[in-house]
Design a protein around this ligand. Structure first.
Ligand SMILES: *[C@@H]1O[C@H](CO)[C@@H](O)[C@H](O)[C@H]1NC(C)=O
Ligand SMILES: *[C@@H]1O[C@H](CO)[C@@H](O)[C@H](O)[C@H]1NC(C)=O
Ligand SMILES: *[C@@H]1O[C@H](CO)[C@@H](O)[C@H](O)[C@H]1NC(C)=O
Ligand SMILES: *[C@@H]1O[C@H](CO)[C@@H](O)[C@H](O)[C@H]1NC(C)=O
Ligand SMILES: *[C@@H]1O[C@H](CO)[C@@H](O)[C@H](O)[C@H]1NC(C)=O
Ligand SMILES: *[C@@H]1O[C@H](CO)[C@@H](O)[C@H](O)[C@H]1NC(C)=O
Ligand SMILES: *[C@@H]1O[C@H](CO)[C@@H](O)[C@H](O)[C@H]1NC(C)=O
Length: 658
């Protein structure tokens, strides 16, 4: 599953709740006004659903239909979309934004008060406006003595600069501060430094520096997940706590790191509004049309066998294909050539090769013929009419997964069962994908969305269908010869990985990986840690999830030409969705993906900034992937160059015959 949202970086969509007794021109006016303003809109037609919606989601603006009440005096009835739009935008720029600022302000000062690092805020002329307790401790002065003064006034100093670092050095020299108690961390600066390292493609930095910079960025991760903040705060509190408290906090950390805190079964309805906004932005499933147009979904499993000759074993594939596949272990392998030379059957051929390399049929105790038949059935159930989510994407994800499994750290952390599960999960992970997003299916009231309660609709379907197909006929049942326990463990692992490709849980997966894998590893020696992981199935699960997530969205880390082709395909698929939404009068879920206006470079830049950079930093710090990180930097530069030149397409016009 792949998602691009370019508006997220600038502003999260405002949530609006419309409470109306019935659908009429006024409610429609507000509905379309929200659409125009880019707000997320829910409508409640009954008191019950209004209450449910209100409790369920954090709303910034609520419009209540008071027309039958004599107290109505806010907004004069006016069904023009412009009037509704003006009203809503006025509310946003007035009350909503000042509420945001107030809340942000409170949050920032609370955080600063508890922060371990010394922080001061000065006016432009260096007069101190605020210091936090850590700063007071470090300086040996209290708030009252500092605020309103210039830092340079306090001690006799021959420096004029109020630059904090200089002053602190001065203090340290004077013996006022113990050097050990001062920590300086500047997040912004860190990431700027790193950016300038990774984007210099011509003189690649030494591996050591590069790995260090990935690690440095992990420690200053910009993701705003509450769990990271919580863990940091607890870590900080532990430093100054008596041993009993510190031990209790250890247990708290343990729970935070290992429990499915966010899983819906646990009923975490009242999670941080910030998180739900983020998640809401990733997977907009709130908009629902009551009189929905049914979206016709291919319900039929495609069991028809391909008419193309398919090899019986890996040993009798045509030489041109075999030759191409010789290069399959390289990250720069060209999957599009395989697509062309196999007549759109890349998954069967790559699958045969890769599954043989990892001893899958030995593990499953099944014949290669069964495996081949299974691969054929799975591939036949990918829609070749999708411009992105067809079997070439599946083959690409399988390729990336196999590549990751070959990395020493990954290999050392996982068991053979995990490898087999990962390869199967990659193969099936988007099977029968309709070329539309989850939010589209929810809005269109599709049968599947109803079946899966609008939750992880596609991912649940891919998994369920894959197992149904596999069980349908023993000719291609690759699980028929393994015992029940092994099957259950394998099945569990496969399901977990496919569901992990769903983007609403993106930040949760990445954060858990960083906290449970990257951070402990950076604190201890290599061999100790890898050995450790084998004893902790929970950690293995985190690694497998991260692996398939990275494989699923690895397009920006491929060589430039491949990256460009993928960007073209995903954009086309999203354009087609927007076209259909307009045709059917459905809400447009990704307005930026309009073929008439979209800037593909911008959408790629946002996607990389928002989802890719942090995730691949974390994965690289674990698996060590210099080639990918180099491509990522190059590709990013490509999109930046196009964007700077205001070019909206995949290439500069001069390169278009490429
Ligand atoms: C909505 O407006 C149209 C004209 O714009 C009008 O013909 C129609 O009667 C209105 N419907 C209602 C329910 O007010
Ligand atoms: C409705 O709003 C529009 C745009 O603000 C305005 O031109 C129009 O006069 C208003 N109509 C009524 C009936 O107030
Ligand atoms: C492998 O499968 C065959 C049936 O095809 C069975 O007879 C045999 O016992 C299995 N071997 C193992 C090691 O499970
Ligand atoms: C089933 O797969 C075959 C071979 O890939 C394809 O030609 C056919 O159109 C597919 N049928 C459906 C209903 O998707
Ligand atoms: C995937 O879609 C592309 C169009 O973007 C098409 O050229 C290609 O043949 C399709 N591949 C398969 C395996 O269906
Ligand atoms: C959908 O929701 C209903 C009612 O809460 C529940 O009984 C059912 O198990 C859910 N189905 C799925 C697939 O989650
Ligand atoms: C794995 O999990 C355990 C317990 O949850 C944890 O203590 C350990 O640090 C984790 N990470 C690694 C890299 O072993």
């Amino acid at each position: 599953q792949n998602l691009y949202f370019s508006f997220l970086l600038t502003q999260y969509p405002i949530q609006v709740l419309l409470i109306f007794a019935k659908e009429d021109n006024q409610s429609n006016g507000f509905w379309w006004a929200c659409d125009r303003a880019g707000y997320r809109c829910n409508v409640a037609w009954t008191l019950e659903s209004a209450l449910e919606c209100f409790l369920d989601k954090h709303q910034e603006i609520i419009v209540i239909d008071h027309r039958n009440s004599k107290y109505f005096d806010q907004f004069m009835e006016n069904t023009s979309v412009t009037a509704c739009y003006n009203e809503l935008v006025q509310i946003e720029h007035g009350e909503v934004r000042s509420q945001f600022k107030l809340r942000a302000c409170n949050a920032v000062f609370t955080a600063l008060d508890h922060c371990q690092e010394a922080v001061e805020i000065t006016s432009e002329d260096h007069v101190i406006q605020y210091v936090n307790p850590a700063f007071e401790r470090m300086m040996g002065y209290c708030k009252g003595e500092l605020i309103g003064k210039e830092l340079t006034e306090l001690p006799k100093s021959d420096r004029n600069s109020a630059d904090l670092l200089d002053n602190i050095n001065t203090f340290i020299k004077k013996g006022k501060v113990k050097s050990g108690s001062y920590k300086c961390k500047n997040r912004r600066k860190d990431s700027v430094d790193v950016k300038s390292i990774t984007s210099q493609s011509s003189d690649a930095p030494s591996l050591q520096t590069r790995r260090y910079s990935s690690m440095a960025r992990i420690h200053s991760m910009t993701i705003e997940a509450p769990i990271t903040k919580v863990i940091n705060i607890i870590n900080a509190a532990q430093e100054n706590s008596p041993i009993t408290v510190a031990e209790a906090l250890d247990r708290v950390l343990e729970i935070l790191r290992t429990t499915e805190l966010y899983s819906p079964q646990l009923g975490t309805k009242d999670e941080d509004p910030h998180t739900s906004d983020l998640v809401g932005g990733l997977m907009n499933d709130g908009l629902r049309r009551l009189s929905g147009n049914e979206y016709v979904f291919s319900k039929n499993m495609n069991l028809s066998h391909t008419h193309l000759p398919v090899p019986n074993t890996i040993n009798d594939v045509p030489p041109c294909i075999a030759q191409l596949l010789d290069n399959e272990e390289s990250w720069d392998f060209n999957i599009f050539e395989l697509e062309a030379v196999t007549n759109k059957r890349p998954l069967v051929y790559l699958g045969l090769k890769v599954f043989a390399r990892f001893g899958v049929s030995e593990f499953l105790n099944c014949s290669e013929a069964t495996l081949r038949a299974w691969l054929q059935v799975i591939e036949a159930n990918y829609h070749s009419t999708n411009s992105y989510h067809n079997s070439t994407h599946a083959a690409d994800v399988l390729h990336a997964t196999a590549f990751f499994l070959g990395k020493e750290r990954v290999k050392g952390s996982l068991d053979h069962l995990d490898e087999v599960a990962a390869l199967i999960a990659a193969t099936i992970h988007d099977v029968d994908h309709p070329g539309r997003t989850n939010s589209f299916l929810c809005n269109a009231g599709s049968e599947l969305a109803v079946l899966y309660n609008d939750t992880a609709v596609l991912e649940s379907h891919h998994t369920a269908l894959a197992f149904q197909l596999t069980m349908k006929d023993s000719k291609y049942n690759i699980f028929k010869n393994i015992d029940r326990n092994r099957y259950r463990t394998l099945r569990q692992a496969i399901i977990d990985m496919v569901l992990a490709t769903e983007m609403t849980k993106h930040f949760e997966h990445v954060n858990k990986f960083v906290n449970s894998i990257n951070k402990p590893m950076s604190e201890s020696s290599d061999t100790e840690c890898t050995a450790n992981i084998k004893n902790f199935p929970d950690n293995q699960t985190l690694i497998k999830r991260m692996m398939i997530k990275c494989a699923d969205v690895a397009n920006p880390c491929r060589p430039l030409e491949l990256c460009i082709e993928w960007a073209g395909r995903i954009s086309e698929e999203y354009f087609a969705q927007t076209d259909e939404e307009k045709r059917q009068g459905l809400p447009v879920v990704m307005p930026v993906f309009d073929r008439n206006t979209c800037s593909i470079p911008k959408s790629q830049i946002s996607f990389i900034d928002y989802f890719i950079t942090d995730m691949f930093d974390a994965w690289d710090a674990f698996a060590h992937l210099p080639v990918l990180m180099q491509h990522l930097a190059n590709n990013y530069k490509h999109w930046k160059t196009l964007d700077d030149l205001k070019c909206k397409s995949l290439r500069l016009p001069s390169e278009n015959n490429n």
